[in-house]
Unconditional design. Structure first.
Length: 318
């Protein structure tokens, strides 16, 4: 039997913090792949330290959080160049679990469940500058002192505090709606789907907020809106026109899911025939305000659906 080494002990210590680090990195980058890469890079940096370097770490969790923050800052600063080539709107990568499924042990799913990393909040975070996002997330969500955040950002503690304050004001101004109870979300979603299938404009208007927005994300690899659509009237016409292009019963083949903890709908891919269009795989989620749908997020980009946990009905949709 191999004798455990100091590196083995360090790996066990790191594993104890991995779920926390995944949550930090996902809040900062909005993508699973970037979050996992950042955490892996943090491990490589930790493992590369010599004995003196490791001995100098007084609080491993805090040290790793700072390292992950620095790695994610680099990724955030490079994001605008990467997204210049993106077709249409960009949404965070969804964390999907089937509705009513057993509690998952996946570190990122656990972070979303425990910390409430909602899609609506991530959409707002994506509008911040990299410096504002890092300062806000690390300080407000994870209590990292501004003195340490300043070291990550390469600025003074006062400047780091200003970045955090500006981010906080931006979020307050954007005013993402608070999470509604799942029972309320379920009732609203059922009413909307029923009204849509019946073509009942009056019933649809009752569940759509006047200022509702629809944001699609496909990168040109699936069918959804490329521009942000605003207003209940526009969305009703869009959905009622769209449903005519697909085989009847398409929506009924979907399944309820949780998208970053909020109720949503998963639609499996289906071939088109008899003049009807084929259906791309969709992950749709919504936010409510005052009991009505105020935002719909429609993610079709297959690159962002690679790691989702699909409902069991996925196996019977072929």
């Amino acid at each position: 039997m191999r004798t455990p080494t100091a590196l083995d002990d360090l790996a066990r210590e790191f594993a104890a913090h991995r779920g926390h680090l995944i949550g930090v990195a996902y809040r900062l980058t909005s993508t699973r792949s970037d979050a996992e890469d950042a955490v892996q890079e943090a491990w490589l940096r930790l493992a590369a330290l010599d004995d003196a370097g490791r001995a100098g770490i007084r609080d491993l969790r805090a040290w790793l959080t700072t390292v992950v923050g620095r790695i994610c800052l680099d990724r955030l600063r490079s994001a605008p160049a990467r997204r210049e080539q993106y077709v249409g709107q960009w949404l965070p990568e969804p964390i999907v679990t089937p509705f009513g499924a057993p509690v998952s042990e996946d570190p990122l799913e656990a972070a979303v469940r425990d910390d409430g990393i909602r899609m609506a909040a991530l959409v707002v975070l994506d509008k911040l500058t990299p410096e504002q996002r890092v300062a806000f997330v690390l300080h407000d969500a994870f209590s990292v002192p501004f003195a340490e955040i300043a070291g990550i950002l390469g600025c003074s503690p006062d400047a780091a505090r200003q970045h955090g304050s500006r981010a906080r004001r931006a979020l307050e101004s954007a005013d993402p709606p608070p999470r509604a109870e799942l029972t309320e979300q379920q009732q609203v979603l059922e009413k909307f789907v029923t009204a849509l299938l019946a073509g009942d404009i009056r019933a649809m208007a009752e569940v759509l907020h006047p200022d509702v927005v629809l944001i699609g994300d496909s990168d040109g690899k699936g069918r959804t809106t490329r521009q942000i659509m605003v207003g209940a009237d526009k969305l009703m016409r869009f959905f009622l026109g769209l449903i005519q292009k697909y085989e009847p019963g398409v929506i009924s083949r979907g399944a309820p899911i949780l998208v970053n903890g909020d109720l949503g709908l998963w639609l499996p891919p289906m071939p088109g025939h008899d003049g009807f269009l084929s259906v791309d795989e969709h992950v749709q989620s919504m936010s409510l305000r005052d009991g009505r749908i105020v935002a719909i997020y429609d993610i079709v980009n297959p690159d962002k659906l690679t790691h989702i946990t699909r409902p069991e009905s996925a196996n019977s949709s072929d």
